[in-house]
Every structure is written in structure tokens, then in C-alpha cells.
Design a protein around this ligand. Structure first.
Ligand code: PMP
Length: 367
């Protein structure tokens, strides 16, 4: 890895961060007249801990990392944005990512006037490390990889990830939003071995807490210090910090829910690949399935009329004909299957009629 100083944007490197009232005060006090707060409406009148110390201690214990290796943000989307802002000079630098993958890397790069270079995955949605490395040049500061990947669902090959971590001299972000559904272990245990590694995780998926907005970035204390320097001072609300502490006490509840989602995922897969649907369902290490239904937009629209909303990925590179279906509760999945059973036969029939008409037209055209 290059020296961190040579990777971070020069203005960020020399930046003196805003120092909030709660940052400056250390020690014990009982009268707080330092932050222009309101004395009433306890406890919401007070700014929350800008360093999220208690929550970081809790997460450190849970994940087996040091607290100073953790950045907490308003969802992992905040971390994605801050990583690009910290390392990439607008109008000059670039990121490299894979395609198809999570759309926010490209959007966050675009907002920051940073070029986003996309490397297509292979036909099985596999990662070719050599192609990714070849796409990165002098101005590429960050490579974003997502594993398990969204929307494809598969985990990326470990060997290829290690190759990129070893050979790329910039920052490598591994987005592990779906890691708790995966058969593979997290790359968190590799933090000590790779100074350029940033691992993203979130409370939005396995922990079932998308509403509270808590994302985590794990990296060396030096990288974390850079992200902390440019974040909003109070980026994680008191409500989020407290609710997160409560939720994280329920690890067993989380594991049981993940188990249920995994068994439902396999039930759904089985039912979708067999009679009467015969869909192609891609392998998934996440809490969703990428399903090739043929006429994806027609099926999507028809499901919507049945009150079932899935994600139409028809226009996404390499996902033509596909819907991304989140695994829900057994009842929700049954409703999806019932609705598919009703909407698919007429759509198939229309398709056959259309194909026959096109064939007829072709014949007439030749005559
Ligand atoms: N990464 C991936 C791969 C995702 O799919 C998502 C959400 N769909 C996120 C990050 C964002 O998660 P959060 O709710 O923590 O912002």
C-alpha cells in the first residue's frame, strides 16, 4: 500500500476537523452550558456522543476488533460517500468497481465528480482479479468489491480478493452488507494483515434494523481517523445509538432469524426452479434471490397489481430478464408464490402468441 498521506486528498490530510462542545469537554460535570442546548426535554435536549464510545465498545467486543478500528455512520451509505470524499480528488481521481453491483458506489462517485470504472463480472458473476487490477491506474484510489454481491447474490472468490488486496496500492473496500447470510467468514479477521482493507457492514440486513440507519466501517485506526475527521460531528443520533445497543444484545434472536431466512431462501429456490415455474435461480449467499423470469417487466408489473413488490433488474447489465426477490417471512413468501402462480401462465401465453406472430410476420416479409 502507498503511504496513507499519499492516498488521502491533500486538503483532507491537512484539515483541522470541527471541534464540537462535546469533543472538547472531558471529565465530570453536572451543569452543561457549553453547547447552546435547551435545559428541558431530557434526554433529547443533549447532543449525542460524537464518538459513539459505548456503542463502539459493544461492537468491538462483538466483532473481535479494537474500538479505534470502527467508524459508525448513517448507514453504510455514509461510509461509502466518506471514503470517496476522503481519498478521491474531484475531477481527477477514480474508483474501480464491479458490474453488476450495488449502485451507490457509482452514485457516490458521481456526486463527488469522481470517475467510476466498472469491470464486468464473468458469466457466472465471478471476479477476475487481473481485469480489476488492469483497470486501476495511477489515479485510482479505491476499489469497491461487494461480497456477497448485490444484486447477484454470490460471494466473490476469496483468492481473487486477496490478490487485489496484495497488489493494489490504494484502498480496497469489501462491502459485507450480507455477510451474516453467507457460508463464508467475514474478512474482518484480515484487518491486521492488510493495511489497505476497509470492511463495510450494516445493521440494516441480518440485524433487521434498516430504519435506525447504522452502518459500520472497519479498518486500520489511521484510516478510521481520516473518516472521523470529515464526518458530521453528530452523525449518529442518540436514538440510533441507544436502539443499536439494545438490538446488539439480541445476537441469538438475530441468528435465529437468519436461520429462518436461510431455510426460506432454499424453499423458495426449490419451488422457483421446479414445476410450474422452471425459472433460472442464481446461487445466493444473501437474503435475496436473483431470478431469471424471462419477461421481467411484465412479471414485475403483474406482481405489483397483486400487491407484491420485488426489484426489477431487467435493465441492469447481465441481469436482463431478472427480478431480485428478497426472502421474506414464510407467509410473505407464500403470497409471492401464489401471486406468481396466477400471473405467470397468462404472461407465458402472451409471449408464445407474440413469438408466433413475429414468426408469421417474418414469413410474410420473405414472401
Ligand atoms: N451495501 C450493499 C451491498 C447494500 O445492498 C446496501 C443496501 N441495500 C447497502 C450497502 C446500504 O446499507 P445501509 O442501509 O447500511 O446504508
Amino acid at each position: 500500500m502507498k503511504e496513507l498521506k499519499d492516498l488521502v486528498r491533500p486538503n483532507v490530510w491537512v484539515l483541522k476537523p470541527y471541534s464540537s462542545a462535546r469533543d472538547e469537554f472531558h471529565g465530570k460535570a453536572s451543569v452543561f452550558l457549553d453547547a447552546n442546548e435547551n435545559p428541558w426535554n431530557v434526554p433529547y435536549n443533549r447532543y449525542p456522543d460524537p464518538r459513539q464510545a459505548r456503542l463502539k465498545e459493544r461492537i468491538a467486543k462483538l466483532k473481535g476488533v479494537k474500538a479505534d478500528s470502527i467508524f459508525l455512520g448513517n448507514g453504510s451509505d455514509e461510509a461509502i460517500d466518506l471514503i470517496i470524499r476522503a481519498f478521491c480528488e474531484p475531477g481527477a481521481d477514480s474508483i474501480v468497481t464491479i458490474a453488476p453491483s450495488y449502485g451507490m458506489y457509482e452514485v457516490a462517485a458521481g456526486v463527488n465528480a469522481v470517475e467510476c470504472k466498472e469491470v464486468p463480472l464473468d458469466a457466472d458473476f465471478g471476479l477476475d482479479a487481473e481485469v480489476v487490477l488492469a483497470e486501476a491506474d495511477d489515479r485510482t484510489k479505491v476499489i469497491f468489491l461487494c461480497s456477497p454481491n448485490n444484486p447477484t447474490g454470490n460471494s466473490l472468490d476469496r483468492g481473487s480478493i486477496y490478490k487485489i488486496l496484495r497488489r493494489f496500492e490504494g484502498i480496497v473496500v469489501i462491502d459485507e452488507a450480507y455477510i451474516d447470510f453467507s457460508a463464508y467468514p467475514s474478512l474482518l479477521r484480515e484487518l491486521d494483515g492488510f493495511p489497505n482493507l476497509v470492511v463495510l457492514q450494516t445493521l440494516s440486513k441480518a440485524w433487521g434494523a434498516a430504519a435506525i440507519r447504522l452502518g459500520m466501517a472497519f479498518a486500520s485506526p489511521e484510516i478510521i481517523a481520516v473518516l472521523d475527521k470529515i464526518k458530521y460531528p453528530y452523525n449518529v443520533s442518540l436514538l440510533t445509538q441507544e436502539k443499536a445497543l439494545e438490538i446488539l444484545d439480541g445476537e441469538e434472536v438475530m441468528r435465529n432469524r437468519v436461520e429462518s431466512i436461510l431455510s426460506e431462501r432454499e424453499r423458495l429456490r426449490y419451488l422457483l426452479i421446479n414445476k410450474p415455474f422452471f425459472f433460472k435461480v442464481y446461487p445466493s449467499d444473501a437474503n435475496f434471490l436473483l431470478v431469471d423470469v424471462g419477461d421481467a417487466t411484465a412479471v414485475y408489473d403483474a406482481l405489483l397489481k397483486e400487491g407484491v413488490v420485488v426489484r426489477n433488474r431487467d435493465n441492469v447489465r447481465m441481469c436482463h430478464g431478472c427480478l431480485r426477490i428478497t426472502v421474506g417471512s414464510p407467509e410473505e413468501n407464500d403470497r409471492l408464490l401464489d401471486a406468481l402462480g396466477r400471473v405467470c401462465p397468462p404472461i407465458r401465453l402472451q409471449r408464445i402468441i407474440r413469438l408466433m406472430e413475429e414468426k408469421e410476420d417474418g414469413k410474410e416479409g420473405q414472401a
